[in-house]
Design a protein around this ligand. Structure first.
Ligand code: APR
Length: 236
């Protein structure tokens, strides 16, 4: 195998499952008993902002109470030790809106689907770290208007920092997908982009993802076990 320098890691809900945060596709397109189009689209928000705020306020509270697990911690260790040994880059892209990677110590982290711990003002475009609720229509600390919404990328909206992600993909020698079903684009297409540039592609997941056939290797099991073992292998 060619020498591995640059690593791009994509994570999804499965990496936070062992921290007690529910994954999405467990129950027929319903999220906590809501239809996706009601709570994860701009149209749903326009129709019923109170419902949408209540939904994300509850998820924010849940995420803040959760703790990073062995998989989050192992990825932070990989990033740290890979940099210390000047072996190349580790870029961590997450579809998760919880802050468990950050709290585990990951630094070069891209939240492509936004963050629960951030509020975005529809009036002045400012973003604010946000730990509280939004249902009570708080004023934007920048402009004073009550126009804050969850800083979450909903269906029909453009994921964040895509140019940076594709630039890192083009430089990647290894692409690793962890705890994602491969059902939602553009993240589901990263494996093919990585293959096109000749990167080795590894999948770590509880079950085969929808794009499983594109990976050179699949390891099935719990992220809390698979990820630390893989990191140990990389650093060993
Ligand atoms: N360890 C490893 N993998 C797990 C674990 C675990 N403990 N538990 C579940 N999984 C796997 C499941 O088998 C599934 O393949 O994690 C995957 C989770 O898939 P989804 O629930 O579809 O989550 P994700 O892929 O992150 O969804 C992508 O879709 O709904 C949108 O914006 C939302 O970011 C989300 C995106």
């Amino acid at each position: 195998m060619a020498q591995i320098r640059n690593i791009l890691i994509l994570t999804g809900a499965g990496i936070s499952a062992e921290s007690g945060i529910r994954t999405f596709r467990a129950s027929d397109g319903l999220w906590e008993d809501h239809r996706i189009e009601d709570v994860a689209t701009p149209e749903g928000f326009a129709r019923d902002p109170v419902l949408v705020h209540r939904f994300y306020d509850a998820r924010r509270t849940g995420a803040l109470a959760a703790q990073p697990n062995a998989a989050h911690l192992a990825l932070a260790r990989l990033e740290r030790e890979w940099a210390q040994a000047a072996r190349g880059s580790v870029t961590l892209v997450t579809q998760n809106v919880d802050d468990l990677h950050g709290r585990a110590g990951s630094k070069g982290l891209i939240h492509m689907h936004g963050e629960l711990a951030s509020a975005w003002c529809a009036a002045c475009d400012a973003r604010h770290r946000w730990m509280g609720t939004l249902i009570d229509a708080p004023a934007c600390p920048a402009c004073g208007k009550a126009a804050l919404r969850p800083d979450i990328v909903w269906f029909g909206e453009m994921p964040y920092r895509m140019e940076e992600i594709y630039a890192a993909l083009r430089e990647a020698d290894l692409f690793v997908s962890i705890g994602t079903s491969g059902a939602v684009y553009p993240a589901a297409g990263f494996v093919r982009a990585a293959r096109e540039v000749g990167a080795r592609c590894l999948e770590l997941n509880l079950e085969r993802s929808e794009g499983s056939r594109w990976f050179h290797e699949t390891r099935l099991g719990m992220a809390g076990q698979l990820v630390p073992a893989w990191v140990e292998e990389m650093l060993g």
